[in-house]
Design a protein around this ligand. Structure first.
Ligand SMILES: Cc1cc2nc3c(=O)[nH]c(=O)nc-3n(C[C@H](O)[C@H](O)[C@H](O)COP(=O)(O)OP(=O)(O)OC[C@H]3O[C@@H](n4cnc5c(N)ncnc54)[C@H](O)[C@@H]3O)c2cc1C
Length: 371
């Protein structure tokens, strides 16, 4: 990269930013900052490309945010599928395909994270793969066990993804995902609910179907399936089981996560500067977590660039970002919590599917409020 004298002087004066975590939020933020000539290093504990547990369905403001960040075309050139319909299934009820009020984008994380990592490096970002950012020991004050914001090192942004939680209300959450072939879908997204959790199916690049489920296992609870295929295929006789009857799973794409916390958190409560799931995780049923990762990264670019130029303090940067994120996400988090609770209550599942089937107003309202 050839810099003019002015750009060189600017670069020398700019304070560097370190991003811990090279998932969607960290890489998107890194790209945005590099476009403003901020020196950035991203630390990523894993490697690229890699599969991740994710429904791979970017809905809500995600598509528009990607356009604003100049990244949508990159994803579309890589074969991202545009999705326009969704259908919902319980054990006994189903909806016809419903039009999505805003179109979604489906692309595997295997391709997407690698694309963003390449773009970040192309823009001059430093990417340290296989390097875990150390958890900093920050001593709490005598009267509170929460680390103080002013004790956090400056210039570090946490994009380390979801926080671990082993149990929530006596149950353990875990997620499974694998790509499959030989599956035909009734809509661009199929969402199947069952007493165990829910499974989403959507087509990604190259004609594969992503099969991704979030499940709840009660500690010391009922009989559970023996392997991941049984979990993903659903109970015998269910619409999901029929849909996946001839599915051929790609073993190499299988992955699993556990220790998921779905309790909404506020960015202002965090001592660190955070983006993406490191702030909070929205229930995956909304297909909005990736959008929130892109949105929060987008909201972080200007304050962090201003800090890098020495225009605002680190405390102001952190506060500005936290206020923006909380204002943008609080309402959808509250609605998503309510929707997820309904979807996981067996006695309400059929009612919910019937409502979506019969009422365009209800469907649009539930979609809009959770995004
Ligand atoms: C079952 C399930 C289904 C989902 N389905 C969807 C869906 O359909 N649509 C949707 O929009 N969202 C979905 N999500 C949510 C979505 O996957 C997340 O919201 C999104 O990945 C958040 O991006 P992120 O960059 O914040 O975190 P991540 O993508 O998790 O990235 C965090 C990165 O940080 C790295 N890291 C962690 N700690 C360190 C460290 N100390 N040092 C260095 N690196 C570190 C990790 O290796 C990882 O690469 C789903 C989630 C689950 C669990």
């Amino acid at each position: 990269m050839c810099l003019s004298r002015g750009e060189w002087i600017n670069n020398m004066a700019a304070k560097p930013i370190t991003i811990a975590g090279g998932g969607l939020a960290g890489l998107t933020l890194g790209i945005g900052l590099r476009r403003r000539d901020v020196p950035v290093t991203v630390w990523e504990a894993g490697h690229y490309p890699r599969h991740r547990v994710c429904g791979e369905f970017i809905s809500g403001r995600g598509r528009e945010t990607l356009s604003q960040l100049g990244l949508r075309e990159l994803l579309e050139r890589a074969g991202a599928v545009n999705a326009g319909t969704a259908a919902f299934f319980s054990a006994t009820q189903s909806t016809p395909p419903r039009s999505l009020p805003v179109r979604a984008i489906c692309l595997s994380r295997f391709v997407m994270d690698q694309l963003l990592a390449n773009e970040f490096q192309k823009l001059g970002g430093e990417l340290r793969v296989g390097r875990r950012w150390p958890a900093v020991e920050v001593h709490a004050s005598a009267c509170s066990d929460r680390p103080k914001p002013e004790l956090q090192p400056e210039g570090i942004v946490h994009a380390t993804g979801r926080r671990l939680q082993t149990k929530e209300g006596g149950a353990r959450w875990f997620g499974l995902k694998a790509h499959a072939r030989n599956v035909s879908l009734a809509a661009d997204l199929e969402m199947h609910v069952s007493p165990r959790g829910y499974v989403g199916l959507c087509r990604v690049e190259g004609g594969a179907v992503n099969v991704c489920g979030l499940f709840r296992r009660r500690v010391g609870g009922e009989h559970t399936p023996h392997n991941w295929r049984e979990w993903l295929r659903g109970q015998g006789g269910s619409p999901l089981n029929r849909r996946l009857a001839a599915a051929e799973f790609d073993e190499s794409s299988f992955c699993a996560v556990a220790g998921i916390s779905l309790r909404p958190q506020s960015a202002a409560a965090r001592a660190e500067c955070c983006v993406g799931d490191a702030i909070t995780m929205i229930p995956p049923v909304t297909g909005n977590g990736m959008s929130m990762a892109f949105e929060s990264a987008g909201m972080a670019i200007e304050p962090l660039a201003a800090w890098s130029r020495g225009e605002i303090s680190w405390a102001e940067t952190r506060q500005m970002l936290a206020c923006r994120c909380d204002a943008a996400f609080a309402r959808r988090l509250a609605w998503a919590k309510w929707l997820q609770r309904m979807m996981l209550t067996p006695s309400l599942q059929n009612i919910l599917v019937r409502f979506v089937s019969r009422s365009e107003w209800f469907w649009r309202m539930a979609f809009e409020r959770t995004r």
